[in-house]
Write a protein that binds this ligand. Sequence first.
Ligand SMILES: *[C@@H]1O[C@H](CO)[C@@H](O)[C@H](O)[C@H]1NC(C)=O
Ligand SMILES: *[C@@H]1O[C@H](CO)[C@@H](O)[C@H](O)[C@H]1NC(C)=O
Length: 356
Amino acid sequence: MQTSFRFFNQNLFRSNKKILFFLFVFIMGNVIGFLYEQCCKPSTTADFGGGSIGPHGVSALAHDLFNFETNSQVPEGLSKHVVSSKKAQANWYRKLSEAWKQTKPPPKTPEEATRLVIQTLKRHQKKDVEGLLAFYGLSQPDVLVENSTGVHLPAGVKFEMQTLPVDVKAIPDGDTITVYVSTTDPREATCVPGDVQAAAVQRSQARAQRNYTKADALHQEIINSGYRMISLQNKEEVLARKYRIRLRGIDAPESSMPYGKEAKAELVKIVQGKCLRVLVYGEDRYQRCVGDIYCNGKFVQELMLKKGCAWHYTAYDQRQELAKWEQQARAKRIGLWASSNPEKPWEWRKNKRQGK
Ligand SMILES: *[C@@H]1O[C@H](CO)[C@@H](O)[C@H](O)[C@H]1NC(C)=O
Ligand SMILES: *[C@@H]1O[C@H](CO)[C@@H](O)[C@H](O)[C@H]1NC(C)=O
């Protein structure tokens, strides 16, 4: 009799605990909802390149991933934003829900969610990833930064980067530069792949233990992933991301063409050791960023054209001022224009491709 009473009592206590717990969750849910309405809800529906930014995008994504777990359905309407098939979409949602579950604590801010999506789907088409982010009103990190800092960039600019000092070895010819951007830059900080971050941490531990063989092997891993440790002037090292930049709107003679070496030397003279500002307009077929480059406030393409170190690349660029700067150099017969009939780099490349 006594035992059964105790048993009953315990059960009552257990179910009470359950009720209390649900009550707590219910109340907290309302409190959070209220706080969200009060402080976090976007006050405007400003368009940041696809949708409005706000926590609702994160919760909508979390909700859809949960749905996918239970019924394997991807949201209706996503197809309007992406090009890949429903089957491919299901594959993304499988990967994303797996990654979401493994992320502790789960993503809460748009930045965290964006980062998870970009990292998880990094092997998929960039257009699709952008479409998926746009569907949830999540922006690419670059767009977030540009807008939150209120920087107004010329039409057509996808993003802006500030580079670390340019190394002389990073300039193969007169219209291409390899640059590095520190991962302390807000646009970069949100998208460093997990394996790169881990390798950087392990490398610094290996160096602290003076195990340089291990440290070098880890650095090679980092390099293979498109990153590198760069020493700053104060001897400190930063993890930096590599970008290859194609100077927009100009075409310099190739290294083995007449004036190719001089064009390269001129570009080296302008940018070596300098931090550059690059406005990126897009990517070319070699996955290089096509951009306008500024060095200490000077437009690098302008300097190259005026010195007769490059042609205006009219097939890809119709800017009047670039045409004018080339014309000025031609009139003065400086640089490559000293020759009476210089070969156009694009024709030289075409002939080379055709084996002439
Ligand atoms: C920044 O936001 C505005 C809307 O507020 C938008 O028109 C603009 O395109 C955004 N900037 C970029 C570079 O996407
Ligand atoms: C360096 O690290 C490697 C890999 O962890 C290890 O095999 C090796 O014994 C270490 N060398 C020294 C000198 O500690």
